[in-house]
Design a protein around this ligand. Structure first.
Ligand SMILES: [Zn+2]
Length: 99
């Protein structure tokens, strides 16, 4: 069982959450200026790392808010969560930059 720390509700069981994909992969603000290659990169080219990954989750059966989680994809260890718009925990940022 995975316990996910919602920034508003605290530690809760994973059955209350839905996965939302890679964090910090923002939709282009001006869609018309991007060509097919840029759209394909946005839609399909995900990091899929072996190790620490920054992900988006929603607390679907709780507060219904979106937030980001720093999770190790190998061990499922969660190093922290943070609200949308905030910077990731220091340990996650260092690992993501070196990858
Ligand atoms: Zn919540």
């Amino acid at each position: 069982m995975l316990l996910i720390p919602c920034p508003w509700c605290g530690l809760r069981d994973e059955v209350e959450f839905k996965y939302g994909g890679e964090a910090h992969n923002n939709r282009p603000l001006v869609p018309d200026v991007h060509d097919d290659t840029a759209w394909a990169a946005y839609l399909f080219m995900k990091k899929n790392p072996k190790g620490l990954h920054l992900e988006r989750w929603v607390h679907a059966a709780g507060c219904r808010r979106w937030f980001n989680v720093a999770r190790d994809t190998v061990s499922n260890r969660i190093d922290g969560s943070y609200k949308i718009g905030e910077k990731p925990p220091a340990i996650a940022a260092e690992t993501e930059e070196s990858a």
